[in-house]
Design a protein around this ligand. Structure first.
Ligand code: 5AD
Ligand code: SF4
Length: 423
């Protein structure tokens, strides 16, 4: 979501004639796009602000946008008096106001809902992967999560708006569409005729665009994984065989405390149904270790589910108490030391899953999407349909963005392959 917001901010500023620089000392405008989901991220924002404050030109405008802006509000100006603007994740389209009035201070952390989408100019150039938000905010109330506070109540965007953005992305360079939402599979829009649109309708419409060759979506909430969505994995070949469906913990007791779906059998049934319609599908998850009151036995259940579902490409975090959340006030907070040990153990399991899956890919032929050159400039990095990185030697001739690649080697972090020459 932040990558998307960053791209839109950059595109908006370009329409005003601004150009990007990597050099803070050169910049006339410096924007930190921020994440508040864990305390560490928030702390990093403030240390970066301290560094920027010292390095920037006196005249440069300087501020924060995103969730830390919303969380800190006017306090941000107290902590860093030089800041010119503090704009929440739904008000960054107001940036031009501060450019036009550089001698003022701009604070806007309102939950404007979908207003920003109407205000932002359309992208004139889209990267190969286009992020398309289908909703803002989240109506689930996971007790650890600050997002319902920072991004507000869930609102699904009108179907036609999402499709227009998708068509525009296809016409301006995108090959892959990634539909985005905090609760993306809960997308539901009812138009003025009473017709209901779901994520499966968005996928079907995007798949009709000839330029679009790959479709994925993130992040899914387990109980919103309805049969229409499961079935579309069997019928829509452009939909990648890869689903991010966070479970967070393998302990029903902890899931209840998290206010998350706690029926592990129901979760496993969804995975089985998906495998029935798309036998090659792989699942990824996010995990939180050290949630308040998590015992060794609860944690062992998390390890067990990670092994059983064989999650790939997953993320694991130490629980971080956040303001405006219920879990921050719960008893039996877990020590940093225990959290670290559990995180290490879980990461070892997730790495083992990834290594096993990567090794099983050796010999396979996969249609992959170009991402970038590697640091050496001698290799190219592609993304497989499972979002693994695949490295190939840079060929002499120009290549297309989608390439069939034979996997020749693998380790826990990536694959190595050879481009299969088309006859
Ligand atoms: N502490 C640790 N991890 C968190 N996440 C969300 N809130 C917290 C928190 N307070 C993780 C969840 C979520 C991901 C985006 O961030 O795993 O899926
Ligand atoms: Fe946060 Fe995701 Fe839960 Fe919504 S579903 S409250 S964004 S963790």
């Amino acid at each position: 979501m932040n990558v998307y917001d960053g791209q839109r901010i950059a595109a908006m500023l370009k329409t005003r004639g601004m150009v990007e620089t990597d050099n803070v000392a050169d910049a006339d405008l410096i924007i930190l796009n921020t994440c508040a989901v864990r305390e560490k991220a928030t702390n990093k924002v403030y240390s970066a602000l301290g560094r920027i404050r010292r390095a920037k030109k006196e005249s440069a405008l300087f501020g924060i946008v995103g969730c830390v802006a919303r969380e800190s509000g006017a306090d941000a100006f107290k902590r860093i008096p030089e800041l010119n603007f503090v704009l929440g994740p739904q008000s960054y389209h107001k940036l031009p106001e501060i450019i036009d009035n550089p001698d003022t201070k701009l604070l806007n952390i309102d939950l404007g809902g979908l207003e920003k989408f109407d205000e932002l100019p359309q992208m004139t150039q889209t990267p190969l992967v286009a992020y398309i938000p289908v909703q803002e905010g989240c109506n689930h109330c996971c007790t650890y999560c600050i997002v319902p506070y920072t991004r507000g109540r869930e609102i699904s965007r009108p179907f036609n708006d999402v499709i227009n953005d998708t068509i525009n992305a296809a016409n301006t360079g995108a090959i892959e569409i990634c539909f985005l939402g905090q609760n993306v599979n809960g997308y539901q829009y009812i138009d003025e005729n009473g017709t209901t649109y779901r994520l499966s309708d968005l996928i079907r419409a995007a798949a009709q665009l000839p330029e679009i060759q790959r479709i994925r979506f993130t992040s899914s909430y387990p109980t919103e994984m309805t049969d229409d969505l499961i079935e579309i994995f069997g019928t829509e070949k452009k939909l990648l065989p890869f689903l991010n469906m966070p479970i967070q913990s393998g302990s029903p007791r902890i899931l209840k405390l998290m206010n998350r779906p706690d029926d592990l059998n129901a979760y496993k049934t969804i995975v089985e149904k998906l495998k029935r319609v798309r036998p090659d599908i792989q699942i990824s998850s996010d995990f939180i270790v050290g949630f308040p009151d998590e015992t060794d036995e609860d944690f062992a259940e998390t390890l067990r589910i990670a092994r059983e579902i064989k999650y790939i490409n997953s993320y694991s975090f130490k629980y971080s108490p956040r303001p405006h959340t219920a879990a921050a006030l719960m008893k039996n907070q877990i020590s940093e030391q225990i959290k670290s040990v559990r995180l290490q153990k879980l990461d070892a399991q997730l790495n083992e899953n990834q290594r096993e899956f990567n090794m099983s890919c050796i010999g396979a032929e996969m249609l992959c999407l170009y991402e970038s050159a590697d640091k050496t400039g001698k290799n190219l990095v592609f993304r497989t349909p499972y979002m693994q990185q695949c490295i190939v030697a840079k060929p002499d001739q120009k290549i297309a963005s989608m390439q069939k690649i034979k996997i020749i080697d693998a380790n826990k972090s990536c694959l190595h392959g050879e481009i299969i020459k088309s006859e």
